[in-house]
Design a protein around this ligand. Structure first.
Ligand SMILES: C[S@@+](CC[C@H](N)C(=O)[O-])C[C@H]1O[C@@H](n2cnc3c(N)ncnc32)[C@H](O)[C@@H]1O
Length: 309
């Protein structure tokens, strides 16, 4: 069932997508997939009054999966949640109702926004939520700390640069069912649902750490100068670290939002093969944390900090 649904979404998406994200034709009524959708599939493959067509048909997320989305996104106090392509508003409304979290839902189909506003009123959360008709590709969602999506693989890929550009490092993106290409999820979860099993993916917007950093390790009364030369793709980090005058490559580097870990091995330092494991937090052009040094006279755990040049 799950495979059929994915195929149906992918098929319908491709049919409607063509080369751009807004072209025509709605799938023919006899495409063989409509049994997965309500009888009025044409109606669900919606067009607004101006004939604008959707990138993704309307398929609501089952309520138990909504719950899992909110949990995976660690939605809570201080958050602002956006659902891009919000359907009947259920994700935004559930976050407001159960966690008191303000949210915004946008959908290109005015009927979905009408439903969302009605549902928000029924649940008494009108003061916390906002719904409006908009294209997700023309929406400013930069205030969001959590973004929920249930789109299609091709639409996710098209949305990816917008997410990376607009959202602050550390913000969360949760996708129901579909991945984000070579941007690996930070977490993947499978949840039982009426469509068999739902895949949920979580990404944390990675801090842009690329560049050259200078700083020091504070080892008691001593200060060991360090330089970090970092490159990055999504959450993968590579480069080199210099400790005093000795340089070694980063063996493994990774970001989890604003959290960074760097492993450096086999650094020939003061006659020993030293390994270093930096853990820290990045805030703009400053980073700090703890470093574990193994082997040699500096073996131990020390604070470190660095600034980008
Ligand atoms: C699969 S449904 C998901 C609905 C809701 N997020 C949920 O999980 O229950 C996708 C929604 O995206 C909307 N949509 C499709 N293309 C859109 C676009 N370019 N901009 C905004 N909304 C769009 C559809 O109208 C539909 O309601």
């Amino acid at each position: 069932m799950k495979i059929l649904l994915i195929l149906a979404l992918a098929f319908l998406g491709r049919t409607a997508l063509g080369d751009t994200h807004h072209p025509s034709p709605a799938p023919p009524a006899d495409n063989g997939f409509q049994s997965l959708f309500p009888d009025d599939v044409e109606d669900y493959w919606a067009r607004d009054a101006d004939g604008v067509e959707l990138d993704v048909p309307y398929v609501p997320t089952p309520m138990n999966v909504v719950e899992a989305i909110l949990e995976l996104g660690r939605v809570g106090p201080g958050d602002i949640l956006y659902d891009l392509g919000c359907g009947d508003g259920r994700i935004v409304i559930a976050a407001a109702k159960y966690f008191g979290v303000p949210g915004v839902g946008v959908d290109l189909d005015p009927r979905r926004i009408e439903d969302s506003l009605e549902n928000a009123a029924i649940d008494g959360v009108e003061d916390l939520v906002t719904f409006y008709v908009a294209d997700i590709f023309e929406t400013d969602f930069s205030e969001a700390s959590v973004v929920a999506i249930y789109l299609l693989p091709s639409v996710n890929l098209e949305l990816r640069p917008h997410l990376l550009e607009q959202l602050r490092p550390g913000s969360r993106v949760v996708s129901h069912q579909f991945h984000m290409g070579e941007w690996e999820p930070d977490h993947h979860l499978e949840v039982e649902s009426i469509y068999d099993v739902a895949d949920l993916y979580l990404w944390l917007i990675p801090a842009p750490v690329e560049g050259n950093w200078n700083g020091e390790i504070t080892a008691g009364d001593d200060r060991l100068p360090i330089s970090l030369f970092l490159a990055r793709e999504f959450q993968q980090v590579w480069g080199a670290v210099k400790l005093e005058e000795v340089t070694a490559p980063v063996r493994e580097g990774r970001l989890r939002g604003t959290g960074i870990s760097l492993d450096i091995g086999d650094l020939d330092f003061e006659g020993a093969k030293v390994s270093l494991r930096f853990l820290g937090e990045v805030e703009g052009d400053r980073a700090s944390g703890l470093v574990l040094i193994e082997n040699g006279r500096w073996t131990g755990v020390y604070p470190w900090e660095a600034s980008r040049r």
